[in-house]
Design a protein around this ligand. Structure first.
Ligand SMILES: Cc1ncc(COP(=O)(O)O)c(C=O)c1O
Length: 388
């Protein structure tokens, strides 16, 4: 059969020869053997063994196979969360004295991790503005630069990093957090990036019932990270892998609807007098819209708005919403709103907050599957409730 469309791949992938249409949940944490020799052989087989669920698990493996296929990768490796994936990549690849170049516009947890545990281990970190062409390349020139970390579109204000620039960087490893895009919108590996990373807790799982991270890339690199991760222990649960695999089956249709609604609502918010600014890569007003159109096939389910008046006005706006729920995740069926400066990016110093664009007036909106007219009406009455 000719190359399948990715929408079809989402349906056919990750079955690993099983005839069951839904994945079984392989709950056993360990497998018995015929004796010492067989157990030894399984231990030697490592990731390909049937030894112990921290090494590998059949349900998790089905999920990994699906992600690898959707990302156009040789292999993938799942973790207990997106942060588990990131921490395992960093500590698998970097040693004390090494240098990481990271984007300044990142999920708050990633910034806190790089500034905290990573620096404490003696790994140096340089943050760069991803919106400046060539910024990653220029900063990645030290002899000890081991890893470049980017996130595109970035949490919370949808700044983009140029995948072609990242793919061309010659230092050992580049990793792109592609959570906001999902495999439906962009393929970092096709640009030469070494690893694509997702918090599968978000759009991939898509139902707010799976906490999961995943990386995809060349088999040799994935195997090397596995060898570290089996000791680090941020292991994916088969229950969550099952839920995420189920989520993958409907990812294309969910994503298509969510992107269309996000585009509609972002454009509508842009027309509202009480809205300072709207951040959405699909809008021509986004300063990197051309880059978005070059490297993304759709623009994602998340946009952000900035309103004047700071936290107090945001509080009133959020309280006035009746359908849209205040919560910090994204990519699920329910439309969610959050105020990053006081939640996902809370606790960061002023410099990190402004670098990440998490200003006091910024609210991040993850568009779900409700009818877009109902969402627009809800936002209209929230705008009406704020006095500026
Ligand atoms: C872009 C991005 N990357 C990583 C993470 C961390 O993922 P998890 O919550 O699954 O650890 C998040 C969480 O919000 C995120 O938004």
């Amino acid at each position: 059969m000719a190359d399948k469309n990715r929408d079809t791949t989402a349906i056919t992938t990750g079955r690993n020869g099983a005839r069951a249409l839904a994945s079984d949940i392989s709950t056993s944490t360990t497998w018995s053997s015929s004796g010492l020799d067989e157990t030894h052989n399984e231990a030697v087989a490592g990731r390909r063994s049937k030894l112990y669920s921290r090494y590998t698990n059949p349900t998790v493996r089905q999920f990994e196979t699906a992600i690898a296929e959707l990302e156009g990768a040789e292999d993938a490796l799942a973790f207990g969360s997106g942060m588990g994936a990131l921490a395992s990549v960093v500590f698998a690849l970097c040693s004390p004295g090494d240098h990481i170049v990271a984007q300044q516009q990142l999920y708050g947890g990633t910034i806190a991790f790089l500034n905290g545990p990573v620096r404490r281990m003696g790994i140096n970190v340089t943050f760069v503005d991803a919106t400046i062409p060539g910024a990653f390349t220029a900063a990645a020139k030290t002899p000890r630069t081991m890893l470049v970390i980017a996130e595109t579109p970035a949490n919370p204000a949808l700044a983009l990093a140029d995948l072609a620039e990242l793919g061309a960087i010659a230092i050992p490893f580049t990793v792109v957090d592609s959570t906001f895009a999902t495999p439906m919108s962009q393929q970092p590996l096709a640009h030469g990036v070494n690893l694509s990373l997702h918090s599968a807790t978000k759009g991939i799982g898509g139902h707010n019932d799976a906490l999961l991270g995943v990386i995809a890339g060349e088999a040799e690199l994935i195997d090397a990270i596995w060898a570290y991760s089996v000791l680090h222990g941020a292991t994916a649960s088969p229950y969550d892998a099952h839920n995420a695999l189920r989520g993958i089956r409907t990812l294309p249709v969910r994503h298509e609807r969510q992107c269309a609604s996000a585009m509609h609502l972002a454009a509508w918010c842009e027309q509202q007098a009480k809205c300072n600014k709207v951040y959405y890569p699909g809008l021509t007003s986004h300063p990197q819209h051309e880059l978005a159109a070059r490297q993304m096939s759709s623009f994602g389910s998340v946009f952000a708005i900035d309103i004047p008046g700071g936290i107090d006005v945001c509080r009133t706006f959020i309280s006035a919403l009746q359908l849209v729920r205040p919560a910090t995740s994204l990519g699920g069926p329910e439309t969610l709103i959050c105020h990053p400066a006081t939640s996902t990016h809370f606790g960061l110093d002023e410099e990190s907050l402004s670098g990440a664009l998490a200003s006091d007036g910024l609210m991040r909106i993850s568009v779900g599957l409700e009818h877009v007219d109902d969402l627009r009406h809800d936002f209209a009455q929230a705008f009406a409730a704020i006095n500026l």
